[in-house]
Design a protein around this ligand. Structure first.
Ligand SMILES: [Zn+2]
Ligand SMILES: [Zn+2]
Length: 148
């Protein structure tokens, strides 16, 4: 089963076919062309509980703005929410946009948004990806507390 990138239509690289362990370990499909990442509900559930996932799911349905993006997994229209994260020191990060599917509870992380929260640093691509991914996972972990 292969899925297509909602931005550019490229076939997403499945976690099983990824040569990057961070992607395969976390069940993340990614786009080689735009570097976007797709996290399905199963993958998200390895990080957050079913209850919290359901809650997020509903919040995207009720409060998310419609966006011209079809879910790669189920073809529903995705919705976008602006999320503001608070750093450990209490200051707020710039808002980032997160696309979520209200039907199957998957999330799409746009490459541009990922770059904004994880600025390029010196180091190889694999290192940068691992770094971005750790930020994504941390974000997901905090999402249920940020979304109300
Ligand atoms: Zn893409
Ligand atoms: Zn979906």
């Amino acid at each position: 089963m292969s899925y297509r990138c909602p931005r550019d239509g490229s076939t997403l690289v499945s976690p099983e076919n990824s040569d990057r362990s961070t992607f395969s370990r976390h069940g993340i499909h990614h786009c080689d062309k735009c570097s976007g990442m797709l996290l399905n509900a199963d993958a998200a559930m390895s990080i957050i509980s079913q209850d919290k996932l359901n809650h997020m799911h509903i919040s995207f349905e009720q409060e998310g703005a419609e966006v011209d993006l079809d879910c790669p997994l189920c073809d529903s229209h995705m919705r976008v929410r602006e999320i503001v994260f608070t750093r450990l020191d209490g200051t707020e990060m710039d808002p980032i946009e997160l696309d979520g599917c209200p039907t199957c509870a998957s999330f799409w992380f746009d490459a541009g948004e990922l770059q904004r929260i994880s600025p390029p640093e010196n180091g190889d691509d694999a290192h940068r990806e691992a770094n971005t991914l750790s930020i994504v996972l941390e974000m997901l972990f905090h999402l249920p507390f940020v979304i109300r």
